[in-house]
Unconditional design. Structure first.
Length: 311
């Protein structure tokens, strides 16, 4: 039976034995893997609410953090923990304070998300019945002050490489360097059990390849690598969007999608990312790929997205 805990902000449920989803629905997922000697926390979310008390309610073993990359929505709770690891390419970036422009843009996205969610729930109840707790955005925590939110920089205590193995006691994690979304992006494989924590390399919605530090060629190579090892994977545990657990077949589909985009064979349409920036989007059945679009000098990060959702 799936175990679940109630919390104002985090969605807390056990996906398999001693592997817990610590979700911020509509935003990002963190994952706790518990071993007999220590536990690994894969990413620490936005920092909208304290994460360490939640983690300590689930395990008594010492906990260390594995960041899948340095972006603010994956490292927001790092400062609550003493032991933080990241790929060496992200160590210096982890110590930088996110710009006020980026913070403002993300809060603008959050406001739009909550407004759209209210309308979407009514549509889903009437027609589709697809919305689950994993996907349903929650109101911001009562103690959270959006005007005072300042994501904190943090410092890595351990630098990771491709192939680094992390023994938890009875369980072992392997680091896979998968650059593309960012230079420091990694996936993490729970050996023997075949659980792959995909970070932002593979998602079940838009996959972001449009940032200045994204690299389409590297992305294509990384996803091809993951596809080649899909026989060793039982499930994908992803970081974003409503389908938080995915089948290994998605690895091949994403690799094929990136190959078609890299070859210039995919159809691209103008779209907008969550920060309000114009992008080009290649849409596939279970995901899409976002690419940079040419913009003029007047384009501002965080411009509101147009949403026209009516029952």
């Amino acid at each position: 039976m799936t175990r679940q805990r109630n919390h104002e902000w985090f969605l807390i449920r056990e996906v398999v034995d001693d592997v817990w989803l610590l979700g911020e629905p509509g935003h990002v997922n963190s994952w706790l893997v518990i071993g007999s000697e220590r536990s690994a926390l894969v990413d620490t979310g936005l920092g909208f609410a304290p994460l360490r008390p939640v983690v300590e309610s689930l395990t008594r073993t010492p906990v260390f953090v594995i960041n899948t990359h340095h972006h603010l929505d994956h490292v927001g709770g790092n400062h609550e923990f003493d032991d933080v690891s990241i790929h060496r390419a992200g160590a210096a970036l982890l110590e930088e304070t996110p710009s006020t422009e980026l913070v403002s843009a993300y809060l603008n996205y959050t406001r739009g998300l909550l407004a759209a969610a209210r309308r979407y729930r009514a549509i889903d109840r009437a027609f589709f019945h697809l919305l689950t707790a994993d996907a349903d955005p929650r109101n911001l925590p009562a103690a959270f002050d959006a005007n005072a939110w300042e994501p904190r920089p943090s410092r890595a205590t351990t630098l990771l490489r491709d192939g680094t193995r992390l023994d938890l006691g009875g369980r072992c994690l392997t680091v896979l360097h998968t650059p593309g979304h960012s230079e420091d992006s990694i996936c993490v494989l729970l050996e023997d059990e075949g659980l792959l924590f995909t970070g932002d390399t593979v998602n079940t919605g838009p996959i972001y390849a449009q940032f200045p530090d994204s690299d389409l060629s590297a992305f294509a190579q990384s996803t091809q690598r993951l596809s080649a090892m899909r026989q060793d994977v039982s499930r994908l545990l992803v970081s974003h969007f409503g389908r938080v657990v995915a089948e290994p077949r998605l690895l091949a589909a994403v690799a094929d999608g990136f190959a078609s985009v890299a070859a210039g064979e995919a159809s691209l349409e103008a779209s907008t990312d969550c920060l309000g920036m114009p992008v080009l989007e290649a849409a596939f059945d279970d995901f899409s790929i976002l690419l940079p679009a040419e913009t003029d000098d007047n384009t501002r990060i965080g411009e509101p997205m147009e949403m026209d959702i009516h029952p």
